[in-house]
Design a protein around this ligand. Structure first.
Ligand code: PXP
Length: 238
């Protein structure tokens, strides 16, 4: 079974638009798990424009399935993750001003730095994942960091899939096979949707988990979140 972790950043964005507590992020996280999702993902940014650091702490106490925290491992982020001790931390090289993650790590250039951060999280028994482009060399160097998993950055796949370029999956499946040979687990995320998820899951060997936010929340406006979560679960495991 491929696990579905729902990224709830957009729910925080909606709440923050009015300054109150509607929608209630903690209640939604609880409901998302009850509707069948395998976990909750958040990506707190230093400017707290969607998920606030306090949300992360509150969710850390209440999420009862897998809890995945993504972000650039600046000191403030490392301290937050060490305090919460989630199931998994996903390291992302996002720029402070980026609207959303827009590249994977250059693991060849930064493996030493990543290794030191990963060592710290692993000592605290937090599973680690690093966000990478679908590039075999990046997967090889990911091994040197000691990470438990990689998360393959799927924006390129999603764009090409929409244009009918189905062969774009090959770079991803090759990275997944290499990661498996190197005994690294494989996650994936970014721009996955009800349109592309079934094809992606079918073609990706060894895929353990996807994290999905923007499309899933947008689709829920039309279809309802309980229904959408179960459509993903069905398509991931056909
Ligand atoms: N993975 C990473 C590292 C991300 O930064 C994001 C977006 O926050 C996602 C997955 C989920 O992407 P999307 O919101 O497009 O589903």
């Amino acid at each position: 079974m491929i696990k579905l972790s729902v990224n709830i950043n957009k729910i925080a964005t909606l709440r923050n638009a009015r300054g109150g507590n509607n929608p209630n992020l903690l209640k939604m996280a609880e409901d998302i798990q009850r509707f069948g999702a395998d976990g909750i993902t958040i990506h707190p940014r230093p400017d707290e424009r969607h998920i606030r650091y306090k949300d992360a702490i509150d969710l850390g106490k209440s999420v009862y399935k897998e809890f995945n925290i993504e972000g650039n491992p600046i000191d403030k982020f490392i301290d937050l993750v060490m305090l919460i001790k989630p199931t998994q931390v996903t390291l992302v090289p996002d720029d402070i001003n980026a609207i959303t993650s827009n590249s994977g790590w250059n693991t060849k250039k930064h493996w030493n730095y990543l290794k030191s951060v990963i060592d710290e999280f692993k000592k605290a028994q937090i599973r680690t994942s690093i966000f990478v482009d679908p590039n075999l060399e990046m997967v090889e160097y990911a091994k040197k960091t000691g990470t438990d998993r990689i998360e393959l950055y799927t924006e390129e796949f999603a764009k090409k899939y929409e244009m009918g370029e189905l062969s774009s999956i090959e770079a991803y499946s090759a990275c997944s096979s290499l990661a498996n040979e190197l005994e690294i687990g494989v996650n994936a995320g970014h721009d996955l949707s009800l349109q592309n998820i079934e094809f992606f899951a079918k073609k990706m060997p060894y895929l353990e988990e996807v994290s999905i936010g923007h499309a899933l929340i947008s689709e829920s406006i039309y279809l309802g979140i309980d229904n959408v979560i179960n459509l993903y679960i069905d398509k991931l495991n056909r």
